[in-house]
Design a protein around this ligand. Structure first.
Ligand SMILES: Cc1cc2nc3c(=O)[nH]c(=O)nc-3n(C[C@H](O)[C@H](O)[C@H](O)COP(=O)(O)O)c2cc1C
Length: 409
């Protein structure tokens, strides 16, 4: 008789609410919203498909809290109740098979590309190394408080629409991680300097949202285990931030890493131990587990059922996050839970041209295309045409850039 997979165990959150199993579709920008960040019916189709696929938790792609500041051309933005009916249909579809849906909330700060934003903002006026972005302007205290109000307002609207929770995007170099990083945050007021001050933005954000949504609405965070940059946000600092959020009552911490300047979700750069265990951030999760009591999710690199089960059985990981595998195989959670010894077919995508292969956009574009197909009721493609997909997406980005610029000076 085969034993049930440890991944089939329910996860009980602090609030008492239950995630039906240990598999989560991690955030992937769906890139199907209208040019102005509006919700469309295709979200319902997409999330119904993922719900049927059996995951316990679906985290949405990042939802902007301010329409003027987007990280990508067709990301959703929620700042008023205009789309509440479409949001409700989206949430209902995602919950139709007993799973939960959390919306990932984001403000890109200075990581808002030139073709969308002439006037990005950041904790300090320090430009990014890439020429994809305009140099940012330093946020005033009043603007910081306004952004905190916007996150809170967006969370409240999503709660009203039927979402089970929100996840703060504190990873990948966006505004929350800009505040945390000593490289990017060189403020001398209460929002910068010491770690205590650099984490004030995220802790205030958490407390502001919690005060409005109550304890039965989940609030999680996706946080970098470090930003892997010299003089940047370190492992030790990341643990301190997690400890603080844990003490404040956060419902889940998802561990991630990297940014546009320094993506780490690439295979070639792995240690042997990581290669064996597949996931990139397991060592950090183990360390974190000794320091906090909130559930931990690890995302990045999981491809086989065996590695996922080991991660959960070891106790370091409470819930396994998967992104790219879900884009090409929406049914994967069912396959795993039926004990079919799942192995994802996802492999690094290559055009054969090194310069293009090194661009994060290259990987993202292929999966974005598959998500769009599912949202239109089509099956994802299984055969990868790397070069074709890269050129198609660069063209789409250029075309969208012509119509959707949000902030102009
Ligand atoms: C198409 C695509 C879109 C993504 N969008 C987001 C996003 O909106 N928010 C986020 O936190 N991570 C985003 N990610 C990163 C994933 O959540 C995940 O951390 C990363 O892909 C590593 O996990 P994987 O190896 O299971 O794919 C995206 C990844 C892809 C491929």
């Amino acid at each position: 008789m085969s034993h049930p997979s440890p991944l089939s165990q329910p996860l009980i959150l602090r609030s008492g609410s239950v995630i039906k199993n240990r598999l989560c579709k991690s955030a992937m920008n769906e890139a199907i919203a209208t040019g102005k960040g509006g919700v469309v019916r295709q979200f319902e189709v997409l999330y119904k498909t993922w719900a049927e696929g059996g995951a316990g938790l679906l985290v949405t792609g990042n939802v902007m809290v301010d329409k003027r500041h987007a990280n990508e051309p067709l990301a959703v933005a929620v700042e008023d109740r205009n789309d509440i009916r479409l949001l409700a249909l989206w949430a209902r579809a995602a919950k139709s098979h007993g799973g939960q849906i959390w919306a990932q909330l984001n403000h890109p700060g200075k990581q808002s590309p030139k073709f969308l934003n002439d006037a990005p903002v950041a904790p300090s006026p320090i430009p990014l190394a890439s020429n994809m972005f305009h140099p940012p302007r330093e946020l005033t205290e009043e603007e910081i408080n306004d952004i905190i109000r916007r996150f809170t307002n967006t969370a409240l609207i999503l709660k009203e629409a039927g979402f089970d929770g929100v996840q703060l995007h504190g990873a990948h170099g966006y505004l929350i991680s800009q505040f945390l990083s000593p490289n990017h945050n060189q403020r001398t007021d209460q929002w910068g300097g010491t770690l205590e001050n650099r984490m004030r933005f995220v802790t205030t954000l958490y407390q502001s949202i919690r005060a409005e949504v109550g304890n039965d609405f989940a609030i999680g965070i996706k946080l970098n285990s470090s930003d892997f940059q010299k003089g940047g946000f370190t492992h030790e600092e990341s643990i301190e931030v997690c400890k603080r959020l844990d003490a404040l009552g956060i419902d889940m911490i998802e561990v991630s890493g990297g940014s546009w300047e320094n993506p780490v979700n690439r295979r070639g750069e792995q240690k042997e131990s990581t290669r064996k265990r597949e996931a990139y951030f397991l060592d950090f999760a183990e360390q974190l587990k000794n320091n906090i009591s909130a559930p931990i999710m690890v995302t990045g690199g999981f491809r086989s059922q065996q590695a996922m089960e080991q991660a959960v059985t070891s106790g370091a990981v409470d819930i396994v996050g998967l992104a790219r595998p879900f884009a090409v195989d929406p049914q994967l959670a069912n396959t795993i839970l039926q004990g079919k010894n799942y192995q994802s077919a996802v492999v690094p995508i290559s055009t054969g041209i090194k310069k293009i292969d090194e661009m994060a956009i290259m990987e993202i574009s292929w999966y974005t295309d598959q998500i769009r197909r599912v949202s239109e009721g089509l099956p994802p493609k299984t055969k990868v045409y790397g070069a074709l997909s890269a050129f198609a997406v660069l063209y789409r980005f250029w075309k969208r850039g012509q119509t959707v610029k949000r902030v102009r000076t």
